[in-house]
Design a protein around this ligand. Structure first.
Ligand SMILES: *Cc1c(COP(=O)(O)O)cnc(C)c1O
Length: 369
């Protein structure tokens, strides 16, 4: 890397903040004066705007993506004694949510090209106890929803999408989050639609489910001080919602920026000896993470680190190998998930990343040791 150039961050949010600052500070000022800090008009407006963007009738703001999964599963009646089929290759929260509602996760292997759940392998794991399917749109690429929907219909299963990494991703003409019974989003700062704190949302076309999630997020209350069930304190606040509304208004440009950086990586990395992320026909990837794979992953990571380029492994341990699950679940070998955990490497990507920055990452990757 030539001297004097600024280091490349893994995710750069400084330009975005400059763009948002004035409008957000004005909104915060208004919120401070109004005294409505939680579940106020910004949250309500943001819920309507996300519902419209995703293409569903209802959206319910909650405190995190993890809570979105927990509240959606509970709202669908998933609990003790039930099995939920999910991918073995995801962030821990996907499995954790299943366990938190009292159900048992059943882990399935992934397709090597997209790192998403293998629908045929999922069908092989259906038992009399299976209640739901929980696919993840990993890295921002949609899971194979058509075969998963058919599978859910054949066996009468609830289909819940973990959309935490995939805000705005398309499967055919539809956006993720409206393809099953419920979509679960995270607004953690590093996500495609990221806030300046925690936040999440459940999307659905089912009015009764939306109402159950609304109650669950607020201590199971159906009216002030009237509690129908044991719920949670899991609410979205006005200051986050005001920021997220501003970012939602710019989301298509942010996704286009990520896709442009991914396309530049694709052009420059063809000869680098790494496998590039795939985009399945009819799908639009939003590249929350730009993840390559290589048998030389550790050497590549060391080389990038030496040249000041941050690269991260999402995820080094598949879910069925996590200590908390390894002893309790049927000890299947899920070879594609295990191979992915050994080979994946996510390179820097963010909406304002320009071609010169991509070029520097690629040069650092290609330089000899
Ligand atoms: C981030 C993430 C979550 C959890 O979201 P939080 O907002 O951090 O609770 C769940 N699933 C996946 C796939 C994620 O990437």
């Amino acid at each position: 890397m030539s001297g004097g150039e600024a280091p490349i961050p893994f995710l750069d949010v400084a330009d975005e903040f400059e763009d948002l600052r004035e409008a957000w500070f004005a909104a915060v000022h208004e919120i401070g004066r109004s005294g409505r800090f939680i579940l106020g008009p910004n949250v309500e407006a943001f819920e309507r705007e996300v519902a419209e963007y995703v293409g569903v009738r209802h959206a319910v703001g909650v405190a995190s993506g993890t809570d979105a999964l927990v509240l959606a599963l509970r709202g669908l009646g998933v609990g003790a004694g039930d099995e939920v089929i999910t991918t073995a290759f995801s962030f821990f929260a996907t499995a954790e949510a299943i366990t938190l509602v009292g159900a048992d996760p059943v882990f399935v292997d992934v397709e090597p090209g997209t790192f998403n759940i293998d629908s045929a392998a999922a069908e092989a794991k259906v038992t009399a106890r299976t209640r739901a399917l929980l696919p993840v749109h990993l890295y921002g690429h949609p899971a194979p929803m058509a075969p998963l929907r058919a599978l859910a219909e054949r066996h009468g299963l609830a289909l819940v999408e973990d959309c935490a990494q995939a805000f705005g991703a398309r499967y055919g003409q539809a956006r993720v989050g409206g393809l099953g019974a419920a979509g679960c989003f995270s607004f953690y700062p590093t996500k495609v639609l990221g806030g300046y704190g925690d936040g999440g949302m459940v999307t659905t076309d089912d009015a009764a489910l939306a109402e159950r999630v609304r109650r669950l997020r607020n201590h199971g209350a159906s009216a002030a001080f009237v509690h129908e069930s044991i719920g949670y304190n899991s609410r979205l606040d006005e200051i986050q919602a005001a920021l997220l509304r501003l970012k939602l208004a710019r989301i298509d440009a942010a996704i286009a920026g990520r896709r442009a950086a991914a396309a530049e990586y694709g052009r420059r990395l063809t000869a680098a000896g790494v496998s590039l992320p795939e985009e399945a026909p009819g799908c639009a990837h939003v590249y929350n993470l730009y993840t390559v794979r290589s048998r030389e992953r550790e050497a590549l990571r060391a080389r990038l680190a030496e040249r000041g380029v941050p690269a991260t492994v999402y995820y080094p341990v598949p879910l069925h190998r996590q200590p908390v699950y390894a002893s309790s679940i049927r000890a299947d070998t899920l070879s594609e998930s295990e191979r992915a955990a050994d080979e994946v490497l996510s390179l820097p990507i963010f909406p304002t990343m320009h071609a010169g920055q991509v070029a520097r990452v690629c040069e650092a990757l290609a330089e000899p040791f």
